[in-house]
Write a protein that binds this ligand. Structure first.
Ligand code: NAP
Length: 436
């Protein structure tokens, strides 16, 4: 058995490919079910975020397992295998374990050390357990990866002041507006007519960062207007005008800076739509939705500048130098966590031998106890029988404690296998089938 991961991320695929492989929360159960149909996949879990789709699996055979996952991804994306495959990465065993721990720690994120990924790994673990697609191995790997992520954030400064996708989006707006006005660096957004479309988690973060960059007034649009009103209520010192998504065209016509961050599965702003809107300002769109909320053809509009998540790289790389140094420190923490997980897994090798030893000794205990009790006849009360039974159990457990702990303890594979062989031989644990 091996752990493998197959996936794609902002490092290997542009947003136009990533958005074809974004699996929304409501489709995760079905996708996990479809993956479990492959007989080689024993446990499986899906991590789907705006920057990555990764499938972790415990497989019988690594090559067959990886091919099965690639087949699933090809079917899901509706791309040809030849189109998709160059964007996919795969890792096996130690590398797969290390990769997940790095992801969880934010070391593989576009914005190094960002915090959102840790909650997404937690969600992946919860969904795997709820759908019973994960078992002892992946559950342990996932919980150890969450611990690795927490440890990196508490023991290094990687997460301190880390920018997020939302803050990078706001910075990109500042940068572009500055460049347009011949200014270097990040300008205030005080004079911008800001529109935010969507009222979820990302929009909340967008508004927080907009506020810190000088914006004091904005329009907030959402399909469900009550949610927009609720969100606006959390920013009492901002003037937020809440509207329904039906008022999108009019709101765009009055704006100079539009952020879109909805979970819509299809773009709802395209060239044809904006060509019918009379624009009163120079307009910038910043779309952090994946799948994108704004169609790519908007880039052909003469007076609109449009950016998506892949364009955030420009601002993110400006902030990374300091973080790269801390990332090195974080990587060694993550490697330690990988060793702990792999040692735990290796220790599982001892489980069948320990179980056999326990059950053989239990058989002897029961037989001997039975003999002794029948010799005592009816003079022995029920309470006395219980005491003797507990005594025999206690003796067996005490005798087993040291060898079992030693067999499970961290050691090289060769060392453990040698000890297991000795135990099997001394206690005649090898069954007849195995001997032949
Ligand atoms: N979470 C992250 O770390 C992260 C990071 C970067 C980018 N993103 C991307 O940002 C987007 C929003 O993520 P989120 O975490 O803020 O989601 P969220 O908290 O679940 O909020 C979803 C938002 O999308 C709206 N929405 C859903 N389906 C829609 C549709 N068909 N048409 C119009 N609006 C729709 C919802 O409106 P209602 O209230 O009316 O349902 C709500 O405002 C996603 O594309 C995501 O991939 C997320």
């Amino acid at each position: 058995m091996q752990i493998v991961v197959v996936g794609l991320s902002h490092r290997t695929a542009p947003v136009e490919v990533r958005e074809k492989l974004s699996i929304p929360d409501q489709s995760i159960s079905e996708s996990l079910k479809n993956l479990r149909i492959y007989s080689d996949i024993l446990e499986v879990s899906i991590l789907s975020t705006c920057n990555r789709l990764e499938i972790y699996a415990l497989v019988r055979d690594k090559n067959i397992g990886i091919s099965s996952i690639k087949e699933f991804l090809t079917d899901y994306s509706r791309l040809n295998f030849e189109e998709l495959n160059p964007h996919l990465f795969d890792f096996r065993q130690e590398e797969a374990v290390l990769h997940l721990m790095k992801v969880s720690a934010g070391l593989d994120s576009l914005v190094l050390g960002e915090g959102q990924i840790l909650s997404q790994v937690k969600k992946m673990m919860r969904l795997g357990q709820e759908n019973q697609s994960t078992g002892p191995i992946l559950n342990r790997l996932l919980s150890q990866s969450v611990s690795a992520g927490k440890k990196v954030r508490s023991e290094t400064n990687l997460g301190t002041g880390a920018v997020s996708i939302s803050s990078a989006a706001v910075e990109l707006a500042q940068l572009k507006i500055g460049q347009e006005n011949g200014l270097d660096g990040l300008v205030s957004l005080k004079l911008e007519k800001v529109l935010v479309v969507g009222a979820g988690r990302m929009s909340r973060l967008l508004i927080t960062h907009l506020k810190s960059k000088g914006c004091h007034k904005l329009t907030l649009l959402n399909r469900n207007i009550d949610r927009a009103v609720n969100l606006a209520g959390d920013f009492p010192d901002l003037e937020i005008n809440c509207k329904s998504l039906n008022e999108l065209d009019e709101s765009i016509s009055l704006s100079s800076l539009v952020f879109t961050s909805t979970a819509s599965e299809k773009p709802f702003i395209d060239l044809a739509r904006v060509e019918n809107i009379s624009l009163n300002n120079k307009l910038k769109f910043i779309d952090i939705g994946v799948p994108r909320n704004i169609s790519n053809d908007i880039k052909h509009h003469a007076f609109i500048k449009s950016f998506d998540v892949d364009d955030l790289e420009e601002v993110v790389s400006r902030n990374q130098e300091f973080r790269q140094k801390i990332a090195k420190e974080a990587e060694s923490l993550v490697k330690d966590e990988r060793i702990i997980f792999l040692e735990w897994w290796a220790s599982l090798e001892a489980v069948p031998v320990i179980n056999k030893l326990r059950s053989d000794l239990e058989l002897i205990r029961k037989e001997e106890l039975q003999k002794a009790l029948s010799r005592m006849g009816p003079d022995f009360s029920a309470r006395e029988r219980k005491v003797v039974e507990a005594l025999t159990k206690g003796i067996i457990n005490k005798i087993l404690h040291t060898p079992v702990t030693k067999l499970r303890s961290p050691q090289s594979r060769e060392e453990r296998q040698a000890s297991l062989k000795i135990v099997e031989k001394l206690f005649s644990l090898i069954d007849d089938e195995k001997k032949n």
